[in-house]
Design a protein around this ligand. Structure first.
Ligand code: SAM
Length: 249
């Protein structure tokens, strides 16, 4: 099937690792009335249309919503709505909610605010795809001193990756992360790198892919020697990179 898309969504469609992980999850869990929040080109709605009775694809960007409408127009059980999912009036409770507005540690996209609101319209026992996100951190050595994604830098690791949080999308989703990370450095370091793993369904786990969750570097200011150390970390999920605070304790 050929999809009409914008340049950004073309890259998303070419990310086969991301798509295959979501396809597996949708094939195993999507059913009944399914909302696809942040539907983009409509690709996940297209997958879901095979398993769900009715898919409502909600996308706020009018340009890509028009593409989704065209891409999905041949499917009788899909409705495309050009609206902000934070304002959409849900009329019926869903069996499944799909929401792929993922970003590293859920900081820079609206996955969490959108799901916190939409979960009120999920039936008891309903499914959310993805099911969860797991966040991990490790010490790294970087040149330069600003928060940045590690797509091109690939900073060398100075110690093991340590899981510090899991956000489950079916229960009560917190608005913020606030905690102290206890990490080990086997070499000198001046930053931490956050890596997010997506759990599309409970039996699937997916690390960063070309278009999903690029690792995020948070500078710490000073260069420290090897050893155990603690970092006080906080951010608002959906609050953007400006909400991130990382300081050595
Ligand atoms: C990472 S893209 C994923 C698109 C599609 N789900 C896919 O997997 O290819 C996220 C999409 O969510 C849309 N989006 C972001 N915030 C939104 C909101 N509050 N309401 C509706 N759509 C939103 C963006 O415009 C974008 O198309």
């Amino acid at each position: 099937m050929k999809f009409r898309v914008t340049a950004y969504h073309q890259h998303l469609l070419r990310d086969h690792e991301r798509l295959s992980a979501f396809y597996e999850a949708i094939a195993s869990a999507a059913h009944g009335l399914t909302y696809d929040l942040g539907a983009g080109s409509g690709v996940l709605s297209f997958f879901a249309s095979e398993y769900a009775d009715h898919v409502i694809a909600i996308e706020r960007d009018p340009r890509i919503a028009a593409c989704a409408w065209e891409n999905l127009s041949g499917l009788e059980n899909v409705t495309v709505v050009n609206e902000d999912a934070l304002e959409y009036e849900f009329k019926e409770r869903a069996d499944t909610i799909i929401c792929e507005m993922l970003d590293t540690a859920l900081i820079d996209e609206e996955q969490v605010p959108v799901l916190r609101r939409a979960l009120r319209f999920l039936k008891d026992g309903g499914n959310v795809i993805p099911a969860a996100v797991i966040n991990a951190a490790e010490p790294v050595m970087i040149k330069g001193g600003s928060i940045s994604y590690d797509e091109n830098i690939r900073a060398p690791s100075s110690g093991p990756l340590c899981v510090y949080d899991r956000v489950d999308f079916r229960g009560r989703i917190p608005e913020k992360f606030r905690g102290t990370l206890k990490l080990l450095a086997s070499d000198s370091f001046n930053a931490i790198r956050i890596t997010s793993f997506t759990v599309p369904a409970e039996n699937i786990i997916c690390g960063p892919t070309p278009m999903m969750n690029p690792p995020l570097i948070l500078p710490l200011g000073d260069t420290l020697e090897a050893g155990y150390f603690r970092v006080k970390l906080s951010y608002k999920m959906g609050g953007g990179l400006d909400s991130v605070k990382a300081e050595l304790k």
